[in-house]
Design a protein around this ligand. Structure first.
Ligand code: SAH
Length: 187
């Protein structure tokens, strides 16, 4: 796993998704070196950089050009990127041109989550996996309901991580944002 501290960050781009969350996403995705991955809303590239080390190909999409730039910078920093394609576009448009998807991660969707999930479903290989990360309660509910409507059996896990900061007088636990990981497998 990459260290959160090693990522190049920008105040205009969210991320990286924290290390413990990336680890759960990786194990939920059951990624193999033959898998083609799509990362919708790649942000700083936290998820992209992890999958780039483990998957066959990664296609990373973000609507914000600065996010694409940050993902590019982080891939370069970690010596990755040979198997990564970066697309600056709305996920609801970009996914139309992508076929043969084994794993789709949705880390950002704006108001397009339902459209993006529908598109991903139409492009996802059998046994393919969809993982949505959501901070807003509304996004969590929307993701679960849409996946049900698309005939998936979604699972939702709420994760609260605290990391210890070792101080002179003791250890202070610092909590990170709670986040939900919604995952589903194509039947
Ligand atoms: N997982 C990332 C952080 C994601 S932050 C990391 O580890 O670094 C969410 C990102 O989703 C933002 O960069 C935002 O620009 C992007 N986003 C929001 N709506 C989008 C859409 N409709 N299509 C593509 N990207 C979108």
């Amino acid at each position: 796993m990459l260290d959160d501290m090693d990522f190049i960050k920008s105040c205009n781009v969210p991320g990286p998704t924290k290390e413990a969350i990336r680890a759960i996403i990786l194990y939920k995705s059951d990624v193999k070196d033959t898998d083609n991955v799509v990362d919708v809303g790649c942000g700083t590239g936290g998820i992209t950089c992890e999958f780039a080390q483990r998957a066959n190909t990664v296609t990373s999409i973000d609507i914000n050009p600065e996010a694409i730039e940050m993902t590019q910078k982080n891939l370069k920093k970690f010596g990755l990127g040979q198997n990564v394609t970066l697309i600056c576009d709305d996920g609801a448009n970009a996914v139309k041109d992508i076929d043969d998807i084994d794993i789709a991660i949705v880390g950002g969707s704006g108001r397009q989550l339902e459209n993006i999930l529908e598109l991903i479903d139409s492009k996802l290989n059998s046994n393919g996996r969809i993982i949505v990360t959501a901070i807003l309660v509304d996004t969590k509910v929307e993701a679960v309901n849409k996946l049900k409507e698309l005939n998936y059996n979604p699972k939702i896990m709420e994760v609260n991580i605290s990391n210890g900061r070792v101080l002179d007088r003791g250890i202070m636990m610092m909590s990170e944002n709670p986040i939900a990981i919604i995952s589903a497998k194509k039947r």
